[in-house]
Design a protein around this ligand. Structure first.
Ligand SMILES: *[C@@H]1O[C@H](CO)[C@@H](O)[C@H](O)[C@H]1NC(C)=O
Ligand SMILES: *[C@@H]1O[C@H](CO)[C@@H](O)[C@H](O)[C@H]1NC(C)=O
Ligand SMILES: *[C@@H]1O[C@H](CO)[C@@H](O)[C@H](O)[C@H]1NC(C)=O
Ligand SMILES: *[C@@H]1O[C@H](CO)[C@@H](O)[C@H](O)[C@H]1NC(C)=O
Length: 960
């Protein structure tokens, strides 16, 4: 599954801070919302965060166990499906078809268990399936069949035994609902030229193939699929492999088209895909004859919105062929943009599905960030064509390897397609620091889980977490750095060759990397790859490494965000790691060392009073760094005198480490705040983004206190040079800079300057918006800047601006544009407009149900909207609980967000009262979020008591 749920990542934080400043809205929330909502909608109806994991049944019957027995292995399937794209007489949409599977018996048994969920199967002589022997073998008669709903099996008991080594053919005829539930084979609707269109599409990961046809639905149960689709005349059918025959036939008196596809390679059920639509495509063939096609709505393709994806697909495929040293395993690569696809993207083998914003680029309305998102998501999904699809993890407990890997190499592929972007550095922001923030809580969990701990569909869906994706990426990047890229790639390629078309576990990869190490003279590791890596994947969390440059002492400690947190989870490694540390000194001498125990003296790190040490050079390791005060002081003065001596990503690291060390009460808060002083010289995106994220925490805490004024005045001072810089290089804001990340920094400059009241900023945004209001057919605002400008203008305006924005929102035909407007509408400072907007979230005619929670989130991020949203939520709690409360991640997000600013004893008591008042209704999937909110608020009250005064004093003295 693509990590592409993040929408325009870089815009996110700029907006987040500004939201906190109360004027600008949050794109970030929409990011998270969309992501969680989509995860939830697409694959996780029930309980991503269920506080109490369902305990597996302890029955001894094989059909009560969630894992298939090891008695049968599938060889191939013949699947024919016919989706009906019109409603039938009883008001539903259905698909019909048949499916056969040839399997081989490996252990004698008189029982067949095959996954089947929500399918109606035709009865043959009273049984749900027909069984025959293959090549002269006689199959035993069926005794009885039934559905075991809890474990989602069709259970077939036989009169006699199946014999080892013999193969059988199990045939079913099926009828299923083509629901709009985004699972299995489902339907999606969209409007084109005023006409409602319906497509049939599939999403099998993780456990929904069984909802399309009966199958052995485990990733390790690979087979070949012969797929045939029956569909209406004038529509096109696609599947994993290339179509070999398309003919028009009569079936049951209906003229239809039948499309037959080449047999697939051996593959997992979760990667099977079908599509029936009237989409069109653009294509290209590479020099090896691999056909590359981009599919989308007719109009989008005609407008050229698929061109960018087509342009980058070939370089990315070529890059991965080289990198993996393995040719692209299939004869074609289809990628489809779906107007109504809730998840980010899905790496179905040969037929990758995307949400439109992750594949379609419209130069006229899409922002630069939309483009980056497309490059990274496409790269992530294409990386899976080998890692994940060609070689698949045996079971979902190793999902982190699959997703962490793709999340790491997506940067390499995107970098190859867009070499001027410097995109590899962004892994610091979007994976490493993102992972740090959840992995520093006591509620985190290790990357890898034991196979027997992951059984039910909801346990499987819990594996799709930030830890799996982002920590997985950060830890694999670290591994690749200490092995060196060529050794890493060599081990990887051997691993892929050995397990091609099969499945593996993570230690198989370690084996091959170890072999590559052994074959590399001169590469010495202190321990084996297994020993080093197991400490990073089998225990949660990460260390903070402390370097005392007075003595050269280097030590490590499990980093926890809360000072007094108690860790319940035991670790066999006692929360110690083998830490590879690259470091440098002011004189540019670079070196590296391994920290292999709790603490050790490393003489070269003892430096004179004029030197400094910077550890975790280029942020290649997954750990935080602290120093003795003297070294901190020297680093700070280096930043102020000549920050360029320190690499860009390390400037971001210093900021992020310092703020988090301060939150954990390891260093003084004023020390952390001082890391932002040099920002007046900073022009790079990554450090600014890191700073904004951390300052956001302050806005949340101090947004309504006397600290706020001083904080804002300080920031105004800090951002002014950046704002002026961009004014100069963009001919007074009439152009955007050519540098890729400079465009992101420009957005930060504009939004931060306007919200802190830098002279000349608001006048600009107001005038642009006014011009649009005067002639709404011509929008002169550059797509990059729209989120900021809309929000700012609506915040500064009144009902007229708001109503215009609302009108434009209702008219918007490009999804990304609609999101920008919907979030900007929450920026108004007029309470009655905010209250009316809140009411709209309960009216699906105004705000679609799926957008309601994120809209409340936007309003909540507005400091004036926040108390209104809290009151509104409490007043309508029953409604929200009913709609979102059970089995929806959205609900826990909503509770988390609505309480995110709470930091006073009064708010804490309100929160506890709320918990008491609604105990009878319950909190569903928000239970844990509510508990966390209470804990976080308690912790913030404590932190504030100690830090508010020094923070106020610091900002006051610095803003003068
Ligand atoms: C979700 O879980 C609830 C309670 O655990 C159950 O009643 C409901 O049927 C489940 N829904 C789906 C779609 O599985
Ligand atoms: C399955 O389909 C393939 C390809 O059409 C065909 O050759 C084979 O005979 C079918 N198997 C069975 C048992 O029908
Ligand atoms: C739905 O309608 C079909 C005819 O289109 C009929 O055969 C079937 O029995 C109906 N199903 C139900 C559950 O009413
Ligand atoms: C399957 O059978 C059940 C029970 O007879 C019926 O309610 C349901 O509508 C059927 N589903 C389809 C897709 O025909």
């Amino acid at each position: 599954m693509g990590k592409g749920y993040y929408i325009s990542k870089h815009m996110a934080t700029a907006a987040m801070v500004l939201a906190a400043i109360a004027l600008v809205t949050i794109i970030a929330l929409s990011v998270v919302y969309n992501r969680e909502k989509s995860r939830n909608a697409a694959k996780f109806t029930n309980s991503t965060t269920s506080p109490v994991p369902p305990t597996p049944k302890t029955s001894n019957e094989p059909w009560d166990k969630y894992r298939l027995p090891d008695t049968l292995t599938p060889q191939y399937y013949n699947v024919t499906l016919w989706p009906r794209l019109v409603m039938n007489a009883n008001g539903t949409y259905i698909f019909t078809g048949n499916s056969g599977v040839m399997f081989t018996c490996v252990k004698t048994t008189d029982l067949i268990l095959i996954h089947s969920n929500k399918l109606n199967l035709t009865l043959f002589k009273g049984h749900h399936a027909k069984l025959t022997g293959v090549s002269g073998v006689t199959a035993p008669a069926i005794k009885t069949t039934w559905f075991q709903t809890e474990t989602q099996y069709l259970v077939i008991q036989l009169e006699g035994k199946l014999k080892p080594g013999k193969s059988y053919w199990l045939y079913t005829e099926l009828r299923g609902e083509l629901a709009d539930d985004l699972k299995g084979f489902y339907r999606s609707e969209y409007m084109e030229d005023g006409e409602k269109k319906i497509i049939a599409i599939s999403q099998m990961q993780a456990t929904y193939a069984r909802k399309a046809f009966p199958c052995f639905d485990e990733p390790g149960m690979k087979a070949v699929f012969h797929i045939t689709l029956i569909h209406d005349l004038g529509t096109t059918a696609l599947s994993n492999s290339q179509e070999i025959k398309t003919e028009n036939v009569q079936i049951d008196g209906t003229a239809v088209t039948r499309t037959i596809f080449e047999p697939t390679k051996r593959m997992s059920t979760y990667l099977v895909a079908f599509l029936v639509s009237d989409f069109t495509y653009i294509s290209a063939a590479d020099d090896k004859g691999v056909l590359v096609r981009i599919w989308a709505r007719r109009k989008a393709i005609e407008d050229g919105q698929g061109d960018y994806a087509l342009r980058i697909t070939q370089p990315i495929l070529e890059f991965f062929e080289k990198y993996y040293n393995t040719s692209y395993p299939l004869s074609k690569s289809d990628q489809i943009a779906l107007p109504d696809f809730e998840s980010g993207a899905m790496e179905n083998w040969g037929l990758v599905t995307y949400r439109e914003t992750a594949l379609l680029y419209d130069p006229k309305t899409s922002a630069n960030g939309n483009k980056q998102r497309i490059a990274t998501v496409v790269s992530h999904e294409l990386a899976h064509m080998w890692f994940g699809n060609l070689v698949t993890v045996k079971w979902w407990n190793d999902l982190w390897l699959n997703e962490g890997f793709a999340s790491y190499v997506e940067y390499l592929g995107a970098d190859h397609a867009e070499p001027t972007w410097n995109i590899k550095d962004q892994i610091i922001l979007y994976d490493l620091q993102r992972a740090f923030s959840v992995d520093s809580l006591t509620s985190s969990h290790p990357l890898s889980r034991k196979e027997e701990e992951v059984n039910t569909p909801s346990e499987i869906s819990e594996m799709f977490s930030t830890i799996s994706y982002s920590k997985g990426a950060a830890v694999l990047k670290m591994l690749s750095e200490f092995l060196t890229e060529p050794v890493f790639a060599k081990g990887l390629s051997n691993y892929l060759n050995q397990f091609a078309f099969g499945s593996s576990v993570y230690s198989d990869l370690w084996d091959h990397l170890q072999k590559a190490v052994d074959q590399t003279p001169g590469l010495k590791l202190p321990y084996s790859v297994h020993e080093i890596m197991n400490r990073w994947i089998l225990q949660m969390g990460f260390p903070v490494v402390t370097i005392d440059t007075r003595t050269g002492n280097v030590s490590q400690k499990h980093f926890l965000l809360e000072k007094d947190a108690v860790v319940d989870r035991k670790s066999e490694f006692n929360y110690e790691w083998f830490v590879p540390i690259k470091w440098m000194k002011r004189d540019q001498v670079q070196d590296q060392l391994w920290l292999l125990q709790k603490s050790a003296i490393h003489k070269p790190m003892k430096v004179s009073k004029s030197e400094w040490v910077l550890a975790n050079l280029h942020v290649s390791g997954y750990f935080r760094v602290n120093y003795d005060l003297g070294n901190w002081e020297r680093l700070l003065s280096q930043l102020e005198s000549n920050h360029q001596v320190i690499p860009v990503v390390n400037r971001a690291q210093i900021l992020d480490d310092a703020f988090n060390l301060a939150r954990a009460s390891i260093i003084n808060i004023t020390l952390a705040l001082r890391t932002t002083k040099y920002l007046t010289h900073e022009r790079e995106y990554i450090p600014w983004e890191a700073a904004l994220r951390n300052l956001n925490y302050f806005f949340q805490l101090f947004g309504r206190s006397e600290v706020y004024g001083a904080l804002q005045a300080y920031l105004k001072k800090q951002v002014k040079p950046l704002f002026e810089h961009f004014g100069t290089i963009s001919s007074n804001w009439t152009t955007v800079p050519s540098g890729h990340t400079d465009q992101f920094t420009q957005i930060i400059a504009l939004s931060l300057a306007c919200s802190t009241g830098v002279e000349g900023c608001r006048e600009l945004t107001k005038s642009w918006f006014k011009r649009w209001m005067q002639n709404h057919h011509v929008n002169v605002i550059h797509p990059n800047l729209r989120s900021t400008v809309y929000c700012d203008a609506i915040a500064a305006g009144g009902a007229e601006e708001w109503n215009f924005g609302w009108q434009m929102f209702q008219k918007a035909t490009v999804a990304a544009e609609a999101v920008k407007l919907r979030s900007a509408l929450a920026c108004t400072k007029v309470p009655w407009l905010l209250n009316r907007y809140l009411q709209y979230t309960m009216n699906p005619e105004k705000i679609r149900k799926q957008d309601a929670a994120s809209t409340i989130g936007y309003i909540n991020s507005n400091i004036i909207g926040q108390p209104l949203a809290w009151d509104f939520f409490r007043a309508n709690y029953f409604y929200f609980f009913k709609v979102y409360g059970t089995g929806s991640f959205t609900f826990s997000r909503l509770i988390g967000d609505i309480t995110s600013r709470f930091s006073t004893p009064f708010e804490l008591s309100q929160l506890k009262q709320f918990k008491k008042d609604n105990a009878e209704i319950g909190f569903g999937s928000g239970t844990q979020a509510l508990q966390q909110a209470i804990e976080k608020t308690t912790a913030k009250i404590k932190w504030l008591a100690e830090n508010k005064e020094p923070v106020l004093q610091w900002f006051t003295s610095e803003s003068e």
